[in-house]
Design a protein around this ligand. Sequence first.
Ligand code: PHE
Ligand code: ZN
Length: 881
Amino acid sequence: MRTDTGQLFRLEDYRPTDYLIPQTSLAFDLHPEKTIVRAVLSIERREGTDASQPLVLDGDDLKLVALSVNGVALGDNGYQATPERLEITQLPEEKRFTVEIVTEINPMTNRQLMGLYRSSGVYCTQCEAEGFRRITYFLDRPDVLSVYTVRIEASKAEAPVLLSNGNPVETGDLPGGRHFAVWDDPHPKPSYLFALVAGSLGHIADSFTTRSGRKVDLAIYVEHGKEPRALYAMDALKRSMKWDEDVFGREYDLDVFNVVAVSDFNMGAMENKGLNVFNDKYVLADAETATDADYAGIEAVIAHEYFHNWTGNRITCRDWFQLCLKEGLTVFRDHEFSADQRSRAVKRIAEVKTLKAHQFPEDAGPLAHPVRPRQYREINNFYTATVYEKGSEVVRMIRTILGPDLFRKGMDLYFERHDGDAATIEDFVRVFEEASGRDLSQFALWYEQAGTPNLSVSYDYDAAEKTFTIELEQSMKATPGQSRKKPMHIPVKFGLIGSDGKEIAPETTAGAEVIADVIHLRQRKETVRFTGITERPVPSLLRGFSAPVTLASELPRDDLMFLALNDSDPVGRWQALTKLLTGTLIAGVKRVRGGKMPVIDSDIVDLVGRITADETLDAAFRALCLTLPGESDIAREIGNNIDPDAVLASRDALIKAIAETHAGLFAALYDTLVNTGEFSPDAASAGRRALRNSLLDYLSVAEASPSRAAAQYRAADNMTDRAAALGVLVHRFGDSESAAEALAAFEKRFGGDPLVMDKWFIVQATRPGPKSLDTVQALMQHRLFSLDNPNRARALIGAFATANQTGFNRADGAAYRFFADAILKIDGENPQLAARLLTALRSWRSLEAGRREHARAALAQIAATEKLSTDVKDIVERTLG
Ligand code: PHE
Ligand code: ZN
């Protein structure tokens, strides 16, 4: 593992390299414990650099076997090599020369899953961000683009499948039971997009013909026997390819496109050119083993990685500070794809929920950073919700500000101008300025300033003047390294609604700029005045969640009720309802902490019933409305001095009230929504299952019995319904016979399938209450558990720390101590995974004093440990602040 060197990388220090590597030829001789890599690099010295300038290449844990320049072996005084660095000082005078490097690596002992490693006996690579330097010495940075030819040699029995980037050019047999394959990728690419896979794998094949007539062979490689479970991913891939042509005019550019699913992977998936490598969680699905959420995840991630071919690969990032250039944009593209494949409104609400759950707390805590950070110690720690999700919101705002046509014009210009470039955020913003003639310099602050802006809004209606006035004030709290913030350009989509539920069109507007249905806020405080308004309207602000901000609006309760029932924008309806529910829940928390019972507001209980019963609404939308804000949502809204037990009590009290009031309605609806016919993962069917399963939870509470959930568990013919029933049994009736039976049945049925068993670990790790720590500790000893496998570690420890508020935040701090030990154990093997899990403690300062002190002590224990990885050290130090 790389231990901390204390080095800080800064955007302002960016400087192009003195040398370029226009061509790279790699030859791998694969053996589990001793793989030999021969790299032949054609080097080009940049204008203005002379031969006295050494060629300094990056390495990580490398062993140099041989080195030659222009075919001549270098003597000891011609270079200096360490595992981390190769400096060649004896260089020819010519502008172009060849360096040949032979390194030896050990895939078997590589447990950090960066570079070349083995996953279930399959050789695979992961190079983003800085993994290529664990394979050979290189200028391992995204602005060094090279054309790669790759020759792979391996045992034919062990690795009948040999894959790399680009197009296949040659294969053949060799003596000694070995064989080889040669791959050629004509598109210059940065080293982080290099990939190699070799092993014994099954596959499914298909093809796609691009709009200009190129026939592309598609294949998805999976563990033998799991081929049928890749069919949905293949379908999603073909839909993605078509969608990118239709919506962005982007066509695929190689003869083959391969996807490989592996079971040990740190992230979701990786967009290597022509050879995407996936966490198998985002490939494998069928009715028996995958939930509707799994299907949606597969569709989104398949699309995301495919879309990177243009936004990330053809146009890459100049440096890692620009990570959001590819990630934010590609998330935006996959969001739009899913919105087009499913219900747009439901998809948007799901995005808003994710953003608020993951990005808002990041922006409000010690790990806050701008969408484009200006400095980092460890780049692996910047694959964050801010870079990805807020990065996507920033692109969405550009489209909101410009409108769809100018946005597309800007994107076209981006592809045309920057194809083949390693680009920057400035390049990206400029194409939209040029396409639209607008000045986006203030808007660009969204990339620079960390933190979530808050909008305070007040309203005034003047009946005599027939004017309606909205006053908006933006503010942003200090974040690490940024104490004072400049006002931002915030696009606020809005509508004014009359008492008949219809939109009111004002005669004129004055004050802040209003274009169509968007108010453009630019100053700290702005007023918009609408004239010709003959009745007091109900304003709906931030429609479609047009900007990633919090809204403190002094809208009366009745208006929120009205919006929850009448806003023509479903996101607006959901926001109004959420505001009302959150208000009630927070009031309940206060009462619980004062030793009283929460007072339940019957208006709100009625409102939830009305929405649930409204057959004109999408089932998926009703399911979202019926799902109360989660415990961490409530905690986030409270902001400080959190007592998770009080939060849970308040939430459960509201659930109980809703459940008891509407038991009859819910039971009838539950019956009508029963699955008939064959399972289909389409959005409408998934929506009905979502609604039925949220009803199951309420009904089980109302009936105070596990029977209904146990019956559903037994009758289920698909994983969505089965997992939902198991969730109710374990979370609501965890000590019951029924829960124990269902858990045992699940283990018996799926014990051979690690991905499915992750659900079994998660459901137990997230059972509310202090007892869950014992369960988690016991499960660490389970035969199917292993800290080495990232999916398993996330299922047990990750789920416990992020999705079990009352269990993880036990008042006695025991869970924090357990967590710190686990993090340290994982750090020794897989620092990236350890660091990511550790971010679960980022909001420790908002806990009540007792828990806060326990959490601080656990963090301090980690910080005081010797030999921490750069990854964990960076997170723990920033978290402690
Ligand atoms: N670039 C990948 C994606 O978002 C994520 C990733 C980063 C995967 C680093 C592995 C390592 O699509
Ligand atoms: Zn990505």
